[in-house]
Design a protein around this ligand. Structure first.
Ligand SMILES: *[C@@H]1O[C@H](CO)[C@@H](O)[C@H](O)[C@H]1NC(C)=O
Ligand SMILES: *[C@@H]1O[C@H](CO)[C@@H](O)[C@H](O)[C@H]1NC(C)=O
Length: 228
């Protein structure tokens, strides 16, 4: 049987890619060079397609082809694309496929400003980057489009980590003074977020060394969500 050409084309990126930014439109995607800071080898100042980003929020749709990934949603002003500000709590995804945050709020303080949205993804093969040209505006959420779906095979959880990643440094600060409630396997426990090493499921915790700080598996083996 021969697959239709268009179907083959649509399968291609999934077969090779690390992760895709489906929406808002990416500045550019190169599978080989997705690890190049800050925008996966594309020019952070590219304004070919600019998406209005209302304070109310936009959907951010991603596709991961890795069994696990942590997404960091960040923005920088167009005039300073090495000074990234967190837009949203990092999200850990287990399982391959689409993940869409329906209403990621814009930065009200930056209304009227040209900016760049960066998704920095921590994947087993290192850091990966995708960017989108945005402009912060006032207004209500645009609402999810048809590509805003979650694959049924994925599990996501919010991660209590702060990323400092720019041209000079890469550091993850794990935990905060906020207690985090984890719900896993039907039982519910509350624990200090700073002791993140205890949050992984036994036998499934992963450990990463970044900038001298140990980050113990808040990510892998975590089932369900954290609420705070
Ligand atoms: C970038 O623009 C903002 C707002 O217009 C301004 O406050 C800031 O100083 C500028 N930053 C640089 C590095 O030029
Ligand atoms: C995908 O899952 C996240 C986490 O549960 C949720 O916030 C989001 O609304 C879901 N997206 C869709 C399109 O249902």
């Amino acid at each position: 049987m021969q697959l239709p050409y268009t179907l083959l084309l649509s399968l291609l990126p999934l077969a090779r890619a690390h992760f895709l930014l489906n929406s808002p439109p990416t500045i550019g995607f190169s599978d080989d060079d997705e690890g190049d800071y800050p925008c996966g080898s594309f020019d952070a100042s590219s304004r070919t397609t600019v998406t209005n980003f209302p304070s109310g929020g936009i959907p951010i749709s991603l596709t991961s082809t890795h069994p696990q990934v942590t997404y960091f949603y960040r923005v920088a002003l167009l005039n300073d694309t090495n000074a990234w500000v967190d837009l949203h709590q990092p999200i850990a995804q287990v399982g391959q496929g689409k993940f869409c945050s329906q209403d990621v709020p814009g930065l009200a303080a930056w209304e009227g400003q040209d900016a760049v949205l960066q998704i920095a993804a921590s994947a087993p093969d290192g850091w990966l980057f995708q960017c989108s040209a945005v402009k912060f505006v006032s207004g209500a959420a645009t609402g999810p489009g048809s590509d805003c779906t979650n694959a049924s095979s994925i599990k996501v959880s919010y991660v209590d980590e702060k990323l400092i990643l720019n041209a000079q440094t890469t550091t993850i600060i794990s935990g905060s003074s906020q207690p985090t409630q984890s719900v896993a396997g039907g039982s519910s426990t509350t624990q200090p977020a700073s002791s993140s090493s205890t949050m992984g499921t036994p036998g499934a915790a992963a450990s990463t060394q970044v900038g001298g700080l140990a980050i113990l598996g808040t990510i892998i083996g975590t089932i369900g969500f954290f609420f705070f």
